[in-house]
Design a protein around this ligand. Sequence first.
Ligand code: PHE
Length: 450
Amino acid sequence: MLQNDNRAQFSTRLGVIATTVGSAVGLGNIWRFPYEAGTHGGGAFLITYLCFIFAFGIPILCAEFMIGRGTHSNIFGAFRQLRSSGKWHWVGYIGIVASIMILSFYSVVAGWTLEYLYQSITGALNLNSQEAYHAQFQQFSTHPWRPLLWTILFLIVNFVIVIRGVQKGIERMSNIMMPILFLILIIFCVNSLLMPGAKEGLEFLFSPDFSKIDSSVMVSAMGQAFFSLSLGLGTMMTYASYFSKETHIVKSATITACLDTTVAILSGVIIFPAVFTFGVSPTQGPALVFEVLPNIFNQLPGGSLWSILFFFLLFIASLSSTISMSEVSIAYFTEEKKMSRNKATILNTAIALIFGTLCALSFNCLDNITIAGMTIFSIFDYVSSNILLPAGGMFISFFAGWLLDRSFIHNQLTNNGSVKVRVTKAIIFSLKYVAPTGIILVFLSSLKLI
Ligand code: PHE
């Protein structure tokens, strides 16, 4: 699909949903959501996150879809086409910086997935206590070269797929893999609901203590909403440039957001009952799911088979996400800087290798380099997800709400009047007022300015 410039299109409606969901569903849902929810009060985080998904997420996803399909262009070209004067293409630079930062730390976690896949195969994950799983992760993540090796390996796999333009193969594969992932998540959910800590876990996730909603919860829930929907950096815009004129934008955005959110919630329902059953602190941070999931699998009949299947599927889910984020800078280098696809892919990977190395090493030899108590890995995660993506989203929503021609919006949302969309007004209202002001208010409150 994305390998040449003749702007092929997704042939089926399923193709559209599968690719956008392929980008959205990944480590963000299964690794990042539980750890963010765990450190930010569980239910308080979930409810705030859901508000952001519906109030800003879906409207901004619609905006990226409209702009992408309407201009058939990457984020730079799109803004230039729609507004030749002005500096709007700068939003593209935010997207590129964010995409490279995310690719760097994401590859480290995807590397952990590969290590855990490997350990499941060799039987090294058959341990007998939660302490042992904790020690196992600590030992691995602080190892001087192992995590780095996996990070590099993951980036190479990503590179080979992107440079050969064989995304189609991966997309076809993820069309099959995603439903399987979904299915086994449901099985794991049932298993977790039968655990002794189920009640406590579900209460933690689903009964919000509203007094806990402060600016830090809001910033991280907002960041998580953007991260999980692959929003604010032009990924979805680039994908939408391949939509056909029949693609129903509002429906596609809603389905993508709902499936993505469902996977995150399923993941929470798997993790938190286990967290309370095994006596783990939910505030562990990035290590959380890697310490808890293997213990869950170990207690299932056929343990390592589940674990192999799961980590393999998670690896594919991560890959379909990194392919989509790589496309942001590759589209910039090829379409704006007129580089060949090969050069662009090499450049993208080389930059990610440098920063990915720093992120991987920030768990061991670089762990003393911190800013405001955050390691290099956490800074990349925090700055890209909680600052750059919402900032990009704010500009996109402002642009769509205030500067885009109303007839352009109308034609895009209704496919030139051929489908009825009842929520057009609500979407425009959000893009115009709710999303931009909401995002600014969250930023201001986190800076303690309000
Ligand atoms: N949404 C992806 C996930 O949840 C991550 C991602 C972010 C992908 C930004 C593309 C762009 O794992």
